[in-house]
Design a protein. Structure first.
Length: 496
């Protein structure tokens, strides 16, 4: 069968050069292995516009089209599906991803243009779905949802994917963003954490698979070798939810991986994501990791106030967060970190405490890379998460970017003011990420981030001291900071 898989993102600009969609890439390889003819349109990676995508769909005749769907691209996915059905109503359309997995019961409107939804991990389900589609009985596929006269019908859990080594390597699109030959690789699926904002557990539950599954070190190294030999890869980004050093098995896995990388004379840089406690637990292994090419670590810090770490169910302390950064500094390893400042229970004092800590870090840490703005650090209440349950239980639901109201009215005013500021600062921050000179790129980004943190601290302090009590009072302060932002931009723009 001739099949098309699509990922379309509304995010026009990101700081990530290697941001390819491994989900549809794995499904594409699985279907190709079964003899299907598969085209992949990973639009962000291929720099493909909506109009270009629609033109491809118009020119090609597909038996089936699958679309990766999440909350921020759902509307455009529905429009693309509608266009496909307009071209040929017999084209089989299906969607998968986090949104249908978590919310298929509430997505009946999608079935106007979608034949079915894949619930959970898609490789085995897609293979069986296409086999059954060819035989005319696709509704007998386990792991899908479709609409019948009784409403949305779920066919039950599919066969789980527990041995990741059995999956073929993911399909690699021509990534026009990938000017540095950076490639994403998964060493595992799942996570031992239980964070209240995370949607991953719903995916694991739907897939009926083990909470954490790891590929063998040999399987991972073989893929890396293939990327080096066939794609000239220079940097490997481990796209795992968490690269762990928590258990003895994690450490044994890494030792074997490290041995194979050295033994096969593979010379690449590595980037990975880690929890702060894994950095602390794996301190001595990080030095070995650096020896075989570890370039940078992204840490999920999230907050420097214990109440909020508890609210996020991080099972971690502020002290551990701080120690993880100190360890990376001492090992001279570059790092960046994720942050989640605004949430339903945020107070002005929490904003100020976080800003103070971030100011200290920005002033004293040499290996920090600024990849995200504090003003953009908002927790989103995705369906199926503990955060959503909290919001529903406390009647905080509302129709905004995060899905909830902030309990504290003064903190809510601060957030409204920062939303105005965010519209001004984001374009400059993303502009800084275009700079190819890494040193000046980070200097530029750090200066912008310092300005961001400074404004958050000023506004929260002024509201706390009752010196301002409306957006009208705060806008002149934002405009004043915007002038400083323009000055910083002028200093670096010539480097572009």
């Amino acid at each position: 069968m001739k099949i098309c898989l699509i990922f379309y993102s509304l995010v026009i600009k990101t700081t990530i050069e290697y941001n390819v969609h491994l989900g549809i890439a794995y499904i594409a390889s699985a279907l190709t292995k079964e003899g299907h003819n598969v085209d992949v349109y990973d639009c962000p990676a291929m720099k493909m516009s909506n109009d270009e995508l629609l033109e491809h769909l118009k020119q090609e005749k597909y038996d089936a089209v699958g679309l990766s769907t999440y909350y921020h691209n759902a509307d455009v996915v529905l429009e693309i599906a509608k266009y496909i059905k307009t071209l040929n109503n017999k084209t089989f359309t299906f969607i998968g991803g986090y949104m249908p997995t978590q919310s298929y019961e509430n997505m009946a409107n999608f079935f106007s243009y979608i034949d079915c939804m894949i619930i959970g991990e898609g490789e085995k389900i897609s293979i069986k779905l296409m086999e059954n589609l060819k035989n005319g009985d696709w509704k007998n596929t386990r792991g899908i949802a479709y609409l019948d006269q009784n409403g949305v019908n779920y066919t039950g859990a599919p066969e789980p994917i527990n041995d990741l080594d059995l999956l073929p390597y993911p399909y690699r699109v021509a990534n026009k963003k990938n000017k540095y030959n950076i490639f994403s690789v998964l060493t595992s699926r799942g996570c031992r954490g239980n964070c209240s904002y995370c949607s991953l557990h719903k995916m694991i539950e739907a897939s009926k698979c083990q909470r954490l599954r790891k590929r063998s070190p040999k399987n991972v190294v073989d893929e890396i070798k293939e990327l080096v030999n066939n794609h000239n890869a220079t940097t490997i980004v481990f796209a795992d939810d968490n690269f762990a050093f928590r258990t003895m098995n994690d450490k044994i896995w890494f030792e074997e991986f490290s041995f194979l990388i050295k033994n096969q004379n593979i010379h690449v840089k590595f980037i990975c994501e880690m929890r702060a406690d894994d950095v602390v637990l794996g301190e001595k292994y990080l030095n070995n990791f650096k020896e075989i090419g570890l370039e940078s670590v992204f840490i999920g810090i999230e907050n420097f106030v214990q109440e909020h770490l508890n609210f996020y169910s991080k099972n971690i302390t502020v002290e551990t967060n701080i120690k993880s950064l100190q360890i990376l500094e001492s090992l001279h390893i570059n790092y960046s970190f994720g942050f989640m400042l605004f949430n339903p229970i945020i107070k002005l004092s929490d904003i100020q405490e976080n800003c103070k800590m971030l100011k200290e870090i920005l002033d004293n840490h040499q290996y920090l890379f600024a990849t995200r703005l504090l003003s953009s650090s908002v927790v989103v209440a995705y369906p199926g998460t503990a955060i959503e349950e909290y919001i529903n239980a406390n009647n905080l639901q509302t129709d905004n970017e995060c899905g909830y109201k902030i309990k504290n009215s003064k903190a809510a005013l601060c957030k409204s003011a920062i939303d105005i500021w965010k519209e001004k600062i984001e374009k400059y921050f993303f502009l800084s990420q275009d700079l190819s000179d890494i040193k000046n790129k980070n200097k530029w980004a750090i200066e912008i981030l310092k300005l961001d943190v400074d404004l958050l601290y000023r506004i929260s302090s002024l509201i706390s001291e009752n010196k301002v009590d409306s957006l009208q009072d705060i806008v002149p302060i934002i405009n004043e900071q915007h002038i400083q932002l323009i000055k910083i931009n002028k200093k670096y723009i010539s480097y572009l």
